[in-house]
Write a protein that binds this ligand. Structure first.
Ligand code: FUL
Length: 412
């Protein structure tokens, strides 16, 4: 008999996919200059948040149900939020805490206290660093920065390699990913080199459907349609992450920008199109020039977190099982409007096509159809009344393994 080979995740990938929701924080010299992409020429003397409180950022993440937190340790302008040995262009030469501060440390510690996993973004493109022109010298410089971050701040869940600005540039990715593997072997590597997770390909926070875990290539950035040339040895299982800013098109804070804040319906739509399609969602919130997340954004994030909890914390019925048919019995005849399906992805993504049926008036009625399930699929049904649901898998490789088949009455 021929064994069908299918891609399976590593233990670390499964753990990461279970996190589902991450908070991205863009903070830096741009926050003080009303800009998204500084040229690396803004003086460190501008960086002076009077009330910076990383605990406020992380506590918000925790309260809203985010499970990981990623900070821009250095954006394209090259300004470093930690007192690095590699350059003078950092918090060390700012008036903030008289040059004694370290935002990476404050975030790492707050995450540890709150029980949230901590990750870092370190822009490969560096518009300040003079040695950027010399490929080898810059690879050395970049690896030193990465080493500082990966050895000085405890456990790191994810390293975010942004392709923006680096479209035509070659870096020594084998060496760079080697630094991650050596120092933080369990960290997820985002999209570059030999990644363990991939970019979904847009900054709208939406995954296409289906968004298979084991197929598809990824783009380098928003500024090219070129696909990333991953190194040999990149795993077949490569789950996607959807990143999106809570203020439309703005990753950093800008004054008088309240109108760009996404609505609660917009955020929920993003949730259904990211987590609901089996990917992780990394939602960016930008602290302001005081060093605090503005009240309006804070309230919106909490509203978002609460709405997810309200909708999906109390299933009316849950079951697990295997095979091409699975029945979910409800305790009685009830109104339902959502179904959540999860495959047991340690065995790979086995289901290619499925249907959900509801028992109504003595017969099974089709209420939803889909292809991929993977880590999670959320199906909105519209309100129906039933006492049993049936999952019918019509295309699969090997025996389907269902970790969760559940239904909800959210009233939405
Ligand atoms: C992009 C960058 O150019 C943006 O400034 C932001 O950091 C976003 C997450 O990635 O490619």
């Amino acid at each position: 008999m021929v064994e069908t080979k299918i891609a399976v995740p590593t233990e670390q990938q499964i753990a990461w996919q279970n996190l589902e929701l991450g908070m991205f924080v863009h903070y830096g010299i741009n926050t003080f200059c009303n800009q998204e992409w500084g040229e690396g020429t803004d003086s460190p003397s501008l960086f002076n948040p009077a009330e910076l409180d990383a605990r406020q950022w992380v506590k918000l993440a925790k309260k809203a149900g985010f499970k990981y937190f990623i900070l821009t340790a250095k954006h394209h302008d090259g300004f470093c939020l930690w007192p690095t040995e590699t350059t003078d262009y950092s918090v060390k030469n700012s008036p903030w805490k008289n040059g004694q501060g370290d935002i990476v440390r404050e975030c790492a510690e707050a995450c540890q206290e709150e029980g949230i996993l901590f990750g870092i973004y370190l822009s490969p493109w560096d518009r300040h660093e003079p040695c950027y022109q010399d490929k080898q010298a810059y690879d050395d410089f970049y690896c030193s920065q990465l080493t500082e971050l990966l050895t000085g701040y405890g456990s790191i869940v994810e390293v975010w390699f942004d392709g923006a600005g680096s479209e035509e540039r070659e870096y020594d990715w084998a060496r760079i990913t080697g630094v991650v593997k050596k120092n933080q072997p369990d960290a997820m590597i985002f999209n570059m080199g030999q990644p363990t997770i991939r970019w979904v390909g847009n900054e709208d926070g939406v995954a296409p459907y289906p968004c298979w875990n084991s197929k598809g290539k990824a783009r380098i950035s928003m500024f090219t349609n070129e696909e990333v040339n991953w190194l040999p040895g990149t795993p077949e299982w490569l789950p996607a992450e959807c990143d999106v800013p809570i203020r439309k098109n703005h990753w950093f804070w800008h004054p008088n920008d309240e109108d760009s804040l996404l609505s609660i319906d917009g955020l929920l739509d993003i949730y259904y199109h990211s987590v609901g399609h089996g990917t992780n969602l990394l939602l960016n919130i930008a602290p302001d020039n005081r060093g605090l997340i503005p009240k309006l954004d804070e309230d919106r994030v909490l509203e978002f977190g609460n709405e997810i909890k309200n909708r999906f914390s109390n299933p009316l019925a849950v079951c697990t099982g295997e095979g091409t048919e699975l029945i979910l019995e409800l305790p009685s005849e009830l109104d339902i409007d959502h179904v959540i399906l999860k495959e047991d992805i340690q065995f790979g993504e086995r289901i290619g096509k499925y249907e959900i049926q509801a028992w109504q008036s003595g017969t099974w009625h089709n209420v939803a159809n889909g292809s991929a399930i993977g880590h999670k699929k959320i199906d909105e049904l519209g309100s129906i009344r039933t006492n049993a649901l049936k999952l019918v898998v019509s295309e699969s490789i090997k025996t389907p393994k269902i970790l969760e088949f559940s239904c909800f009455n959210t009233g939405k």
